[in-house]
Design a protein around this ligand. Sequence first.
Ligand code: RB5
Length: 153
Amino acid sequence: MSEIKTTKPIALAADHGGYELKEAIKSHLAERGVQTVDYGTNSTESCDYPDFAAKACTAVQQGDSELAILCCGTGVGMSMCANKMHGIRACCCSDTFSAEFTRRHNDANVLCLGGRVVGAGLACTIVDTFLEAEYEGGRHQRRVDKMMALENR
Ligand code: RB5
C-alpha cells in the first residue's frame, strides 16, 4: 500500500442502500490511520441520498475535506447529485482502474460506490486505489478546466 497524501479528513456519506458499505469503509480507513468525518446516514432506515450527498460535498466545497466517498445502492444517484454541485468532480466506480485514473486524469474529488454492486472487500481496495492516486496535472489541467467551465452553461 502507498501513502495517502491528503492532510484533511475524508468526508463520508451514504443513504440506507450504502450505509453498511460506508461503515465498512470507515472501519477500513480507521485501521489505516486515515481520519474521516461521517455525514450520515446512521442506519438502514429509508432516507434520501441527495440530502447526504449535499452534506459531504458541501464539506469539500468549503475546504473542510479535500475528498469525499459517497455510498448508495448503486453509487449512481450519489454521483449524479455530487456532480450537480459546483467544484465537485465525482466518479462512480466498480473497478480499481477507473478509480486510479479518475484521480490521475480527471482530478476527481468524490468517489461513489454502490453497496448493492460491490462487496466490502473490493470497495475498500477501490477506496485505497482512489486515495493513493495523485492528480497528474499537465495536459490534463486544460481538460479539467474545460470540464469545470461546463458548470456555467
Ligand atoms: C435506494 O433504494 C436507491 O435508489 C439508492 O440507494 C441509490 O441506488 C440511488 O441511486
